[in-house]
Write a protein of this length. Structure first.
Length: 343
């Protein structure tokens, strides 16, 4: 069992990753260390197939019991930062990470602002501060490079009309259409955590992949992190489904010269290289309202918030009534302008 903690060489306090500076920081004495130049204590060749679930905190000696997917947490007895190294090594070692750039307080403020923008949410939801918990979490993702060979056969028509003398003619031309296309997509993200809602994670995109850094365990200090629940082969079908609408849109864009297009055959052969294992930053917000708990997620780099807030029945009714009233008055005005008057 490998437990990694980051103690300040000056005062012995816990050092954590600071999203403002991008450095490993000691909140007690102010020391900062550049993570990029630090040797990483994690050795990738120490992987063991045994799933350890019990660790000992190096600070107080307490037993730290975690779920099998947890890779970074805090000791519930003394609050020390704990990184579980054996769950981040060998084939479980992430290749890259996007560090947090939004602090916990900034995340809270951004979430409150997002709540106030809800036009159809109850008044109490917008004004009250009922954040039950907020957790900075590194969520495991696979970043795919998908290479697609697309072959399409279709029947296309081109319809034109023209006038000759007193007659108007419609001419329809028929075509056999063939397209052979190569489409490559890179950094297609698929979340690999069984706990996280897939739709919620998809809506957090895009992540700024230019901010990707080579993985070092110090980025996890002070945050919660998980290891993947599914490998890249298991999630390959989902990655294919994710790019399918974009492939279809591109195929259609190559046939805009036809009035109608009907496929007679379509084949998409998708191959992928071993996907890159990445940890991406997500603030998970638990919000308590009207005896119910709502879960929201925030992109830890961009601040984008996603989730389903409660709806006010009164506001929804008023909104529909307003829309109906506007439509009714518009019809009245059109009728009046056409000489129908008001009835």
């Amino acid at each position: 069992m490998q437990v990694i903690d980051f103690k300040c060489p000056n005062c012995g306090s816990d050092m954590v990753f600071d999203s403002d500076t991008g450095m490993l920081s000691c909140h007690s004495c102010g020391r900062t260390d550049d993570i990029k130049t630090m040797p990483d204590p994690l050795k990738r060749n120490v992987f063991s197939d045994d799933e350890a679930s019990e660790y000992h905190c190096k600070s107080c000696g307490a037993v730290v019991i975690t779920e099998a997917e947890t890779t970074a947490t805090t000791c519930s007895f003394c609050g020390s930062v704990v990184v579980l190294g054996d769950r981040l090594s060998g084939k479980l070692a992430p290749a890259v990470v996007i560090p947090f750039s939004i602090s916990k307080e900034e995340a809270k403020q951004a979430f409150r602002k997002w709540c106030r923008n809800g036009l159809l949410t109850p008044k109490g939801f917008m004004t009250a501060d009922r954040i039950k918990g907020i957790t900075g979490m590194y969520v495991p993702f696979w970043l795919y490079e998908l290479n697609n060979l697309v072959e399409v056969q279709a029947h296309g028509t081109r319809v034109s009309t023209y006038t000759r003398g007193d007659y108007r003619y419609t001419e329809t031309q028929h075509f056999d259409v063939y397209r052979r296309i190569r489409l490559n997509y890179v950094d297609v993200p698929i979340d690999a955590s069984e706990k996280m809602n897939d739709d919620l994670m998809d809506k957090l995109e895009p992540f700024p992949y230019k901010q990707l850094e080579s993985f070092k365990t110090a980025y996890l200090a002070g945050y919660v992190a998980e290891k993947y629940s599914f490998d890249d082969k298991e999630l390959f079908p989902r990655a294919k489904n994710k790019i399918s609408p974009y492939i279809e849109e591109y195929i259609r864009s190559t046939m805009t010269q036809y009035t109608t297009v009907n496929y007679t055959s379509k084949q998409v052969d998708t191959k992928f290289k071993p996907a890159e294992y990445a940890l991406l930053p997500v603030w998970v917000v638990h919000y308590d309202y009207n005896k119910l708990e709502y879960t929201f997620a925030m992109n830890g780099q961009t601040g984008k918030v996603v989730g389903k807030p409660p709806l006010s029945k009164a506001k929804v009714t008023a909104w529909f009534a307003g829309i109906s009233g506007v439509c009714f008055l518009s019809l009245k005005l059109i009728s009046w302008m056409m000489g129908g008057g008001f009835w």
